[in-house]
Write a protein that binds this ligand. Structure first.
Ligand code: NAD
Ligand code: UDP
Length: 311
């Protein structure tokens, strides 16, 4: 198949492109390089089935493809808050433009949505049936509401125009190829630990997250894309929940670092708890994560070690 991956030069997108090439597909990677990097895709550029298009999803484009994975959107709070108007446009206009392609050429489209649609959740763990608790006016809402509208557009194009859609809600995902300046907790803590710098825990560190290794996520995304007749939404994440303070201590132990933990102010609207209920993914996709957090972190630590030594 010919498969379009928007945001294909980013962290998750580049892993997905690699996997799709390995399975024998033709891959078109579309990216504006806002947070993605050529380093993530450099090794694929010479592959005869790989094509790179530098393009912004907020602008229309004509392409003939069989599948669209719509991942284009900055995912780290520091990046999506840098130009919040652009973030909302990327999710909304990006979804409209990609749905336009899907409608015209009858391609199947998968939207990378997020656990952030649940906001600061009052239901724990989060099931797909929960409608969420999002502050429409806050600093995170450009991302959260943009993604919520993208989900709405998917379902309306599906009902109105019979577009074959898939919605996945991705929970915190980590692994090699996260950008060093990404600003999210996994890359921050690992880099701080490896450099012997203070580990910056925001707030008291009692807030929780559940971290999924990227290869598990990519497997779930591809299963969702190829499962007939199931639009979702479906949660994809690892239910292994940890407090951020425990997580900092784990990274110090795994790196053998001498770093100290320091406390910094908690960002506004930072969700207090987050854990996916993945019963639906298990039932519909036969999917669950297979990589333990310790194994995944070791691979990610090795990756950042090699980045630091080659710098
Ligand atoms: P990332 O920032 O590494 O990748 C996003 C990619 O999209 C980058 O390559 C960036 O350059 C590109 N991009 C941004 N705006 C664009 C635009 N207007 N036009 C074209 N390309 C654009 O982030 P990621 O972690 O790989 O996330 C990928 C997707 O998964 C995002 O949609 C994100 O919202 C979603 N997601 C990720 C996580 C996670 O934990 N990593 C969690 C939930 C949802
Ligand atoms: N966090 C932290 N120190 C950091 C970066 C993040 O304590 O250097 C916290 C952040 O406040 C949040 C959690 O780690 O509670 C996850 O943050 P991240 O930005 O990775 O993702 P998100 O909040 O979108 O889940």
């Amino acid at each position: 198949m010919r498969i379009l991956v928007t945001g294909g030069a980013g962290f998750i997108g580049s892993h997905l492109c690699e996997r799709l090439l390995r399975e024998g597909h033709d891959v078109i990677c579309l990216d504006n390089f806002f947070t993605g990097s050529k380093r993530n895709i450099a090794h694929m550029l010479d592959h005869r089935s790989f094509e790179l298009i530098r393009h912004d999803v907020t602008e229309p484009i004509l392409l003939e493809v069989d599948r669209i994975y719509n991942l284009a959107c900055p995912a780290s709070p520091i990046h999506y808050q840098y130009n919040p108007v652009k973030t909302t446009k990327t999710s909304v206009m990006g979804a409209i433009n990609m749905l336009g392609i899907a409608k015209r050429v009858r391609a199947r489209i998968l939207q990378a949505s997020t656990s952030e649609v649940y906001g600061d959740p009052q239901v724990h763990p989060q099931t797909e049936a929960y409608w969420g608790n999002v502050n429409t006016l806050g600093l995170r809402s450009c991302y959260d509401e943009g993604k919520r509208v993208a989900e709405t557009l998917m379902m309306d194009y599906h009902r109105q125009n019979h577009v074959d859609v898939r919605i996945i809600r991705i929970f915190n995902t980590y692994g090699p190829k996260m950008a060093e300046n990404d600003g999210r907790v996994v890359s921050n803590f690992i880099l701080q630990a490896l450099k012997g710098e203070d580990i910056t825990v925001y707030g008291g560190g009692e807030q929780t997250r559940s971290f999924c290794f990227v290869s598990d996520l990519v497997e779930g995304m591809m299963r969702m894309m190829e499962t007939p007749g199931f639009t979702g939404p479906v949660n994809l994440g690892n239910p292994a929940e940890t407090t951020i303070l425990e997580f900092a201590k784990k990274i110090i132990a795994l790196t053998g670092s001498t770093s100290r933990i320091v406390y910094r102010p908690l960002p506004a609207d930072d969700p207090k708890q987050r854990q996916p209920d993945i019963s639906l993914a298990k039932q519909m996709l036969g999917w669950e994560p297979t990589v333990s957090v310790d194994d995944g972190l070791k691979q990610t630590i090795d990756y950042f070690r090699s980045v630091l030594t080659s710098a």
